[in-house]
Design a protein around this ligand. Structure first.
Ligand code: ZN
Length: 431
């Protein structure tokens, strides 16, 4: 199955040059290029929407949501989140903040939508099984519900140009769902709405936490996902099974697993004199962190019976001084199908200048042609830049383990591997 990724290249963390700040309950807005009243509207909407997530969804939301707003003619119009506590809005003109009928931009709904992502992603950090129809559908559903609740609490005057924004809430979602061919995201939103009718609005927190804790087999996620929902709400088993029959094809994306089985050996069975495959010239021409994609580089083993024992990456971390969580190093076959993965702590990489970072892995046999893929799941405020070298090209992908991905055009990722062999070859069987 082919998956198309929306690749957003994160080359720098947004830093506002000459920002002003407005604060409110649990919110801070740093802004440039818009007026203070507009910034205050944004702060009030975020604050009110956050309160709905806390009050109605019983969600654990950030103590302070930080919004960074940049407006200027060179800026594209876009809105996104780091999934943790930041929302970024960029606008080409302050006129884009006008109500949707005039601007065509759903800003107020957009903030409610982004906080929906934050609510989910703070709980459900490992979700490679989840399609973008499910992830975006969730934010669309939750955002629409929250728009209605913000209106009920605050009314029209929360926005600097008051208008009846109930038109941007569930009213819009219901109209989209009534269309002849609703989009995948709209259908995803409709499925989350249907699930709310079974588990209740406050059930989502429990469900997301349970999915995060569950062991989800990437090649066949559907069964474990359903079992987890049912276990969380056993009294609703029949309704949940019916719901999942509709939701699974749209929500779950199986990763392809290689027919090459992972054959592992302990380090002491290897010669300890590895061969390093280093195809780069040790000088980088640039670096990338890629939202929605990983860094995969192809290698050719010198023969059969070689085991990868270490992976080195020329890179640097960005974000906070201390970072919890892990990233994934994967061994994939020549078709990018997963053979095995290893998890490493985010703090393996340091901030600052690019440097070689060597990671030992549980020795695993490699096929003749294979990929090493790093998946950092980066955001605008957390990630690892991986350097690339343009002395070679055509051997690197932007891809996640188990997905075909797309070619990386600028060169090859600076990733090296160490391969080792079993020491034995002792005909008497000693070892
Ligand atoms: Zn979204």
């Amino acid at each position: 199955m082919r998956t198309v990724y929306t690749v957003v290249v994160l080359v720098s963390v947004a830093v506002l040059a000459t920002a002003e700040t407005v604060t409110g309950p649990h919110v801070r807005v740093d802004y440039s290029g818009i007026n203070p009243r507009q910034a205050r509207s944004i702060a009030e909407v975020i604050s009110a929407a956050r309160q709905v997530y806390v009050g109605e969804f019983a969600a654990d939301m950030p103590a302070t949501v930080i919004a960074e707003v940049e407006c200027g003619s060179s800026h594209p119009t876009r809105l996104y989140t780091d999934g943790r506590d930041h929302i970024f809005l960029s606008l080409s003109s302050a006129r884009k903040l006008a109500p949707p009928p005039a601007s065509g931009v759903f800003n107020l709904y957009g903030f409610c939508h982004e906080l929906g992502h934050v609510m989910m992603y703070r709980l459900l950090k490992e979700r490679d099984w989840m399609t973008s129809a499910a992830a975006e559908g969730w934010a669309h559903y939750a955002g629409s519900v929250v728009v209605d609740a913000v209106y009920a609490a605050e009314g029209q005057s929360i926005w600097f140009e008051p208008y009846d924004y109930r038109a941007d809430g569930t009213m819009r979602l219901e109209r989209q769902l009534a269309a002849e061919h609703p989009s995948k995201v709209d259908r995803g939103a409709g499925l989350w709405r249907d699930l709310e009718r079974i588990i209740g609005r406050r059930g989502f927190v429990k469900l997301f936490a349970a999915w995060q804790a569950a062991v989800i087999e990437p090649a066949k996620p559907e069964q474990a996902l359903l079992a987890t929902v049912v276990k969380s709400f056993p009294q609703r088993e029949a309704a949940l099974k019916t719901w999942w029959r509709k939701a699974a094809p749209l929500f779950a994306q199986p990763a392809s697993v290689s027919r090459t089985k992972a054959v592992r050996v302990s380090t002491d069975r290897l010669t300890g004199k590895p061969l390093e495959l280093a195809y780069d010239d040790d000088a980088d021409e640039g670096k990338r962190s890629i939202a929605g994609g990983g860094h995969a580089r192809r290698f050719t083993a010198p023969g059969e019976s070689w085991y990868v024992s270490a992976v080195s990456v020329y890179g640097a971390r960005y974000g906070r001084p201390r970072e919890t969580g892990t990233f994934v190093v994967a061994l994939c076959d020549a078709e990018m199908q997963r053979i095995t993965i290893w998890k490493k702590p985010y703090m393996t990489f340091e901030r600052g200048p690019l440097q070689w970072v060597r990671m030992e892995v549980e020795p695993t046999r490699v096929p003749r042609e294979f990929y090493i893929c790093l998946d950092f799941r980066p955001t605008a405020t957390k990630g690892v830049y991986v350097a690339y070298d343009d002395s070679t090209r055509g051997n690197s992908l932007v891809a996640k383990p188990g997905r075909p991905g797309s070619p990386f055009e600028h060169g090859d990722w600076m990733i090296r591997v160490e391969l080792d062999q079993l020491k034995e070859s002792d005909p008497l069987g000693g070892d």
